[in-house]
Design a protein around this ligand. Structure first.
Ligand code: PGA
Length: 251
């Protein structure tokens, strides 16, 4: 049985004050009713020291980064390495988010390199895959997701087993247009089957999250699907009440 995981991707949002308020409300909600799911927040880099401080002492919430450098250290202006993140207690790093693929030119090869950098640097990579609206309408969903996935499958079973996959249809991200539970499940099943073709054990154990306009009101039906093991939550993770409702839905 796979444990459910709910991860919040704060994207480029938040100040010290807003992060403090958000986490205080989240922790209060979780202490009133402990989560059945693993809970992770991914703040922007600048807020990681504060989040580390606020979640210190075995809090029920883990945290991670939204990206990680492919390299370990050196002359890479603006980059943040895995070791800098684990230095602050980060456990996770999102890699290959569609915004990074589309806006910053991250290729499947770069995403695979980031996956490896995260994993070998002591972080659990949350690798995102997903098709655009144009690709879906052209009937290319499986082709695109398979191509993105194969770059990770090539890293081998041990590497795969150490990560998390997030299926995020690009047309559903931040648009309010959630995939239906059936649409999401269809792709999740496809992803798990493709993993199973390489290793049934890895496929069975791997958490596959859904992301794209998940809200308190639609989370439960998505998470009820057999191959959906939780969610990667953008906008709704900035509201403690919404995020708590989503966490409960994954319980
Ligand atoms: P959204 O974002 O929940 O705001 O659609 C999800 C994501 O980009 O991870």
């Amino acid at each position: 049985m796979r444990t459910a995981l709910v991860a919040g991707n704060w994207k480029m949002n938040g100040t010290r004050a807003s992060a403090q308020a958000l986490l205080a409300e989240l922790l209060a909600g979780l202490s009133a009713a402990p989560a059945q799911a693993q809970v992770v927040v991914c703040p922007p880099f600048t807020l990681i020291p504060l989040v580390a401080e606020l979640l210190a002492g075995g809090a029920s919430v883990s945290y991670g980064a939204q990206d990680v450098a492919t390299e370990k250290s050196g002359a890479y202006t603006g980059e943040i390495a895995a070791a800098m993140l684990t230095d602050y207690g980060c456990r996770y790093a999102i890699v290959g988010h569609s915004e990074r693929r589309a806006l910053y030119g991250e290729t499947d090869a770069i995403v695979a390199a980031k996956y490896t950098a995260a994993r070998t640097g002591g972080l659990i990579p949350i690798a995102c895959v997903g098709e655009t609206l144009q690709e879906r309408e052209a009937g290319q969903t499986e082709v695109v997701v398979a191509r993105q996935l194969d770059a990770l499958l090539a890293l081998g079973n041990e590497a795969l087993a150490a990560g998390v996959i997030a299926y995020e249809p690009v047309w559903a991200i931040g648009t309010g247009k959630t995939a239906t539970p059936e649409q999401a499940q269809e792709v999740h099943r496809f992803i798990r089957a493709r993993l199973a073709a390489q290793s049934a054990t890895v496929a069975e154990g791997l958490q596959i999250l859904y992301g794209g306009s998940v809200k308190g009101s639609n989370a439960a039906t998505l998470f009820a699907q057999p191959d959906i093991d939780g969610g990667l939550i953008g906008g709704a993770s900035l509201s403690a009440a919404e995020f708590l409702q989503i966490i409960r839905a994954a319980g």
